[in-house]
Design a protein around this ligand. Structure first.
Ligand SMILES: [Zn+2]
Length: 425
């Protein structure tokens, strides 16, 4: 299973052992065929296909799906590019990334989209999708849809766009995700009130127009409560939370300075606990890194830009919770099946018909987070020194072994684009 053959990279084989299936760990076997999971069963029919037997302490999880990352590239390649960013994803057990449009140039024109897609196609190691930003004109968006974008990203500066409602409606009709950064630009206090105000406003829009809106990086206790109320009122709203808002609080800024600067900012402990509980109790709809690399020089400057890398610690933080018995295995769904459903891609589950994206986790081993060993260009992290449980020993993407114990087995350009499934009409 080298995955290197040009002709037919897809082999037929079985994986047997402990598998994460529908919320629990079960002893079972998978048959992988042509990049897909073909069969799942306690025992599979006798066949000559080679078998990968998982070790006693190994568990096979679906590949993680991250619906909010910044791969940078283009004119921001000094921060990260499609190769280093997807390398970082692969090592972290993330087999699908959805890239945000605030690049240079921003992904709000067809030429900028084409440029980005070309770069991604040549360099990505894991599968990916690309969001479009709010463009100046509606017809640009319609053309972008036909290019196969994964969804729309709305920033606070776009709230007053005259075509905003039309874009949200189009996406909703086509089953494409609309991801919203909730921060009302008119609220002076950039802290929690700005998030509360934006969530109230767009939840009302969702109810009144019956449209789907996904709120990203929800960060405060008030907004988690508001999301629940909105859902009860019938709003078609969903939300994700980040690892840093679930595990870190604002006190870290005193110690780490610019490294800990992020938007939305790290909150107080009350909000941190609310976000953590929304993860542990499966109240959030998804868990997403907001992997946002910058150079160390930028982060330690007078005016540090918001964000830091997250892809190499995100799954490790979850498996640590599970292996320490603080949370159930089901929290894995928030980083696999649920974001895959939101993005409408055939990933995130070890079930027949889904892509054979598989992460083999060695539950016995532990590791210490060290920014300097990251494969991302950004070699620092607010999680520096954390002891995590569970090592990712192998990663398969569409059935092809892409990673094993630090070694990469796929080439630049292996990653495949997903999106635009509903772009025909
Ligand atoms: Zn972001």
């Amino acid at each position: 299973m080298t995955g290197q053959e040009e002709e037919c990279p897809y082999e037929t084989y079985k994986i047997t052992g402990k598998l994460y299936i529908s919320g629990e760990i079960r002893e079972a076997s998978l048959l992988i065929k042509e990049g897909k999971i073909a069969l799942l069963g306690k025992s599979l029919p006798d066949m000559s296909a080679p078998t990968l037997e998982l070790g006693r302490y190994e568990v096979a999880l679906p590949g993680m799906v991250d619906l909010h990352v910044h791969m940078r590239g283009l004119k921001l390649s000094h921060k990260e590019d499609w190769y280093s960013g997807t390398l970082s994803a692969l090592k972290g057990g993330v087999t699908f990334v959805a890239d945000m449009p605030n690049t240079v140039p921003p992904t709000v024109t067809i030429s900028a989209l084409e440029e980005k897609l070309e770069e991604a196609k040549l360099n990505a190691l894991v599968d990916y999708g690309v969001y479009f930003g709010v463009p100046g004109k509606l017809d640009i968006y319609l053309r972008a849809l036909n290019k196969g974008i994964i969804g729309l990203k709305i920033y606070p500066k776009d709230y007053r766009s005259p075509i905003l409602m039309k874009l949200i409606k189009i996406n909703s009709e086509r089953g494409l995700i609309t991801v919203l950064h909730a921060e009302d630009p008119e609220v002076e206090d950039k802290n929690r009130l700005a998030e509360v105000s934006a969530v109230k406003y767009f939840s009302k829009i969702s109810i009144n127009h019956g449209v789907r809106i996904h709120f990203t990086h929800i960060s405060s206790s008030e907004t988690v409560n508001l999301m629940l109320i909105s859902k009860l009122k019938g709003a078609k709203v969903t939300f994700d939370i980040t690892p840093h808002h679930a595990f870190l609080n604002e006190k870290l800024r005193e110690r780490l300075g610019g490294i800990a600067i992020v938007r939305p900012p790290l909150r107080d402990e009350e909000s941190r606990v609310a976000i953590y509980n929304s993860l542990r109790n499966l109240i959030a709809d998804a868990y997403a890194t907001d992997h946002a690399p910058h150079t160390l020089e930028e982060k330690t400057s007078e005016k540090p830009p918001p964000g830091f890398p997250g892809l190499e610690v995100s799954l490790g933080l979850l498996t640590t919770e599970v292996l320490e018995r603080k949370a159930s295995w089901r929290i894995i769904d928030l980083y696999s099946s649920r974001p895959a459903e939101l993005l409408n891609i055939p990933k995130g589950k070890l079930l027949p018909g889904f892509d054979a994206d598989i992460v083999v986790l060695d539950t016995k081993r532990r590791w210490k987070v060290k920014g300097e060993s990251f494969l991302s260009k950004a070699k620092y992290t607010p999680f520096e020194g954390w002891e995590l449980r569970g090592i990712i020993s192998k990663v398969f993407i569409r059935g092809v072994k892409a990673y094993e114990e630090g070694e990469i087995f796929v080439k630049r350009g292996f990653g495949k684009m997903y999106g635009g499934h509903f772009g025909e009409n």
